[in-house]
Structures are given as C-alpha cells and as structure tokens.
Design a protein around this ligand. Structure first.
Ligand code: AHG
Ligand code: MN
Ligand code: MN
Length: 364
C-alpha cells in the first residue's frame, strides 16, 4: 500500500487526542519518545555481533546480575539506558521503574518532572539475543499519584504499586523479521510496522482482535513436573487431541520471548501460560507483574482476549512489590476462561479419569 494511504504513529496519536479536547500533548509526546527508544533498540539489535552487542554485560566487578538474580546481557543494559535517555528529559515523567533497576529511577534535577510513571522491560526474551531469535521491549504508562505531581517529590516503590486496571497505556515493540510497535491507549489495540526507509511506524494492523477460540498453546513443558493440577489437566487434555475430552488436535509453540508469543496470539489466537508452579517457593511464577504481566494483560484484554493469574483477572491484582512475580495465563478468551474454571473446580479422581471426562459416555 502507498505511503499516502497509511497513518503514521504521530498522525494516529494526534487523531486519537482530538477525541479529548482538554488533553495536552504530554501523553502523545511521551509515546513518541518511547517509540524512538524502540527504534534505537531495533537498530542496535539489528547489528548483532557486528555491533558488538551480543553476550553478557561486563561491569568492573565482572559479569552483572539484576535484582532478579539473572545475568544481564549487554543488550539488557544498553536498552535500559536507551529507554531512560530518550524519556527522562521531556518533563512528562515523574519517575521510572525497570526490570534492570533495583529501585525506581528519579528524574535528574536538571529536568522538569511530569505526571506519568513509566514502567518497562527494556529487552524481553534476552536468552534469545545470542541466537538471533526475536526479542522485544514492553512498557506500561501509569498516572503518578497526585501528591507526587503536586510536590514533584522523588518517587517511591509504593507509587508504582497500582493495579493493571489503572494503566493509561501499554505497548510492546517486537524486534523480529520486521520491527513492530503494538499499542493500546485504552481504546482497542493498534499495530504499527516500522518502515525502515522512513524510520516511521506506520499503522498496518488497526483494531487487532484475538479470536476467542484456538487450537494452539504455549508453555515451557520442561516445568511440567512442577505444575499445579489444573494446569496439568489443561495441558493433558490439549495433548490428548482428537481422541481426548477436547475432541480436537492442538499445536504447541514456545519461543521463550513473551513479546513474540503475545504477538503471535494477537495475530492468530492462542493461549500463553507461565503459571505459578512449585519449582521454587520463593518465586510464585516466572514473569513479573508490573512490567510484563500487566502491560501484556492490558493489551490482550483490549484486543478482546483475557489475562489471568490462572485463577483471577490479572488487571485486578493489587501489586505488593516492584519486582513481584506472578503466574500468567493470557490469550484467546474461551481458553483462558476454561483454565480459570479448572482452577475453581475441585480436583477429583473423576476429572483425572478419561472414562468420566467431558465428552465421555459416563458423564450426565
Ligand atoms: P526477560 O528476558 O525479560 O528476563 O524475560 C524472559 C521471559 C519471557 O520473555 C519468556 O516467556 C520467559 O522468560 C522464558 O522463560 P524460560 O526460559 O523459563 O522458558
Ligand atoms: Mn521479560
Ligand atoms: Mn528483560
């Protein structure tokens, strides 16, 4: 399609803002700064080994480890810096929080402070960097508490502990065969593809909708011995295929970049699970609530899908810590609701016995 027939991200944001005549330009400017950060990361990722950006980050003390206890890759640290540098100066932010920083980031004294909080996972799927598989960035925009806006005081962890339902916007960038930005400002989900010639994100996927049904699921099956029984039941039934209680064959995918899995699900449906399990009692789930589960949950729900802890709606969870981990299930609505139902139903031997399974002759 010709350039003249597509909106740029800038045009899209300005046209959206016309619906709110009182709105200033702060929010749009913030989103455009984030988009620029994503473009910069996309270029850095594209150079790979040539750019010297693969491999682990080396600090003066040797390798570096983030607050999660994970070894930081060079690109984790670089992308974190890009997010900070591209957004701290503008006067739109009161503070930031990131997977790669133990504590909230304070806007330096030389810059004005604004009314939004930015929370991000600068590089998601970092285990895939060195093997040239898709990675991404995830971000969430929250309103700063009134007291922060009025006083311009430093932000605290507590200021960020807002439920997913309070998000003003959320999005991700996917650095795949093409670079895409997928965004919600609470009015549906729109996807933009980076035109590499113009350096502009162009609206290519307006009003994305996740099909409510699917026959594709994504889970890291190497954790199966640690799963709770409702998850085991769900996966067993998928694996049983046509001859099982679901009476249809399922397909399985695992990329190990949540952004890439989420994007596939937004494009053609599916269900993603990184459920709470009993692998490590100190970690109730693998993924992080504030910069992974909440933004992705907001996007998925705005696209007609569902996001859940497995038991309850993700958007209603009251966060208790900045780097809190949580079980995450999202995707096609009917599948996620089924998984939630399995968590609510008492586990009886009947459920585990195929003779009494849903489509069995032995059931009323
Ligand atoms: P990050 O690179 O930001 O730490 O996140 C990686 C996450 C997520 O993207 C992916 O779904 C999951 O970790 C993969 O975990 P496993 O290695 O356990 O499969
Ligand atoms: Mn991540
Ligand atoms: Mn990350």
């Amino acid at each position: 399609m010709l350039l003249t027939q597509r909106s740029t991200l800038t045009q899209f944001l300005i046209e959206e803002r016309r619906r709110f005549p009182g709105a200033g330009g702060d929010f749009n400017a913030l989103i455009l700064d984030i988009a620029l950060a994503c473009k910069a990361i996309a270029r850095t990722v594209a150079f790979g080994e040539l750019g010297g950006v693969t491999g682990d980050h080396a600090s003066e003390q040797g390798g570096s480890v983030n607050v999660q206890g994970e070894t930081q890759k060079k690109l984790d640290v670089l992308s974190n810096d890009v997010f900070i540098r591209r957004t701290e100066w503008s006067g739109h932010l009161a503070g930031m929080a990131s997977e790669e920083m133990d504590l909230p980031y304070q806007i330096p004294g030389q810059y004005p402070r604004g009314k939004y909080l930015l929370v991000f996972d600068p590089l998601d799927g970092s285990s895939n960097i060195d093997v040239n598989v898709s990675v991404g960035s995830i971000f969430s925009v929250l309103r700063a508490p009134q007291a922060v806006i009025e006083t311009g005081r430093d932000v605290t962890q507590a200021d960020f502990l807002q439920p997913g339902s309070s998000q003003v916007a959320a999005g991700y960038a996917l650095y795949g065969p093409t670079t895409m930005l997928v965004l919600t400002v609470g009015d549906g989900v729109n996807g933009f593809t980076l035109d590499p010639n113009l350096g502009e994100f162009m609206l290519t996927h307006p009003k994305i909708q996740i099909p409510p049904d699917t026959h594709e699921f994504a889970i890291n099956a190497s954790n199966s011995r640690f799963w709770e029984s409702p998850v085991k039941r769900y996966v067993d039934e998928c694996l049983a295929g046509k001859t099982g209680p679901r009476a249809k064959d399922f397909n399985m995918r695992w990329i190990a970049s949540m952004v890439a899995e989420a994007h596939r699900i937004l494009m053609r449906g599916g269900v993603f699970m990184y459920p709470r399990d009993n692998k490590d009692p100190a970690k109730p789930g693998r993924l992080r609530l504030l910069y992974e589960a909440n933004p992705m949950g907001f996007i998925v729900e705005q696209a007609g899908g569902r996001a859940s802890t497995g038991e309850n709606p993700m958007m209603a969870v009251r966060p208790t810590a900045l780097h809190q981990r949580i079980g995450l299930v999202f995707g096609s609505k009917n599948e996620v609701e089924r998984i939630e139902r399995y968590h609510q139903e008492p586990v009886t031997t009947e459920l585990r016995n195929p003779l009494f399974a849903e489509r069995s002759l032995f059931r009323d």
